[in-house]
Ligand binder design. Sequence first.
Ligand SMILES: Nc1ncnc2c1ncn2[C@@H]1O[C@H](COP(=O)(O)OP(=O)(O)OP(=O)(O)O)[C@@H](O)[C@H]1O
Length: 272
Amino acid sequence: MEIRGLTKKYGKKSVVDEVDLSLDCKTYALLGPNGAGKTTLIRMLAGVLKPTSGSISQDLNKESIGYVPQRFGCFPDVTVYEQLQYFCFLKNISVREEKEQINSVLKLVHLTDQKEIRCKKLSGGMIRRVGIAQALLGSPRLLLLDEPTVGLDLEERLRFNQVITSLQGKSTIMISTHQTEDIRDICSQIIIMNNGRILVDSDKNDIIRYAQGKVYLIPASKNIQNEHCFVMNAETNGAESLIRVLSDVKPDEGVLQKATLEDGYFAYIKKF
Ligand SMILES: Nc1ncnc2c1ncn2[C@@H]1O[C@H](COP(=O)(O)OP(=O)(O)OP(=O)(O)O)[C@@H](O)[C@H]1O
């Protein structure tokens, strides 16, 4: 899939600004702060939002795209099974195939026991899983997931990771998320967006390497006066409170750390 100069403007503001991407049959994480343009980009790729300009070259019809929107809703008075039947209809899945397909995706998201339950009785996390199930119907070649794991408990997050891992090499997958720990093990490619633009589109290990040599732990009591220092989070080694910082220069009492994907993300966003 080749994306060239993809732009979405609201008024004069470009919320997605001249985006170029080449997507292969890999699993991509789409990261970026609130308002970066991730949802807008995904909606254009899913074909539900018309770009202002630019092109998406693809030979995919709507049946080959699975899309989990950021806010997925079910019809309250239909059962989970009926809801998925409706999506089968939208995806042109034949009545002959639909039963097998629905049972298979329900099993993947661990909702088989809920299939006769009316959607209004589902918890938020279960509705999210119906959203993931509908996207998997028809074995899509392009799977677009906008914050798919929000509201899922730990076990269901792990199950989601297993589903995505099982699709690797079969589909192009793009997952927009704020949870770097969720995608650390399942995405090989990382795309970081900010202000509507792509800051980097690279292999996960390159993103981590970018922060290497810039991550330190320092005592929390230390007064940080360095403007080239960004405080990420606090942790403890049992004896004292420490803060994890990104810094171009070694801070006083700083102990260099092995960089993580999260460090790499901040290194790009905060321009280190
Ligand atoms: N229909 C709209 N009209 C005007 N502005 C919009 C519209 N939809 C989105 N925006 C703006 O576009 C920008 C990008 O929004 P988008 O939802 O794509 O960001 P995001 O990266 O997905 O954010 P988040 O992480 O908070 O979900 C934001 O500034 C948002 O306010």
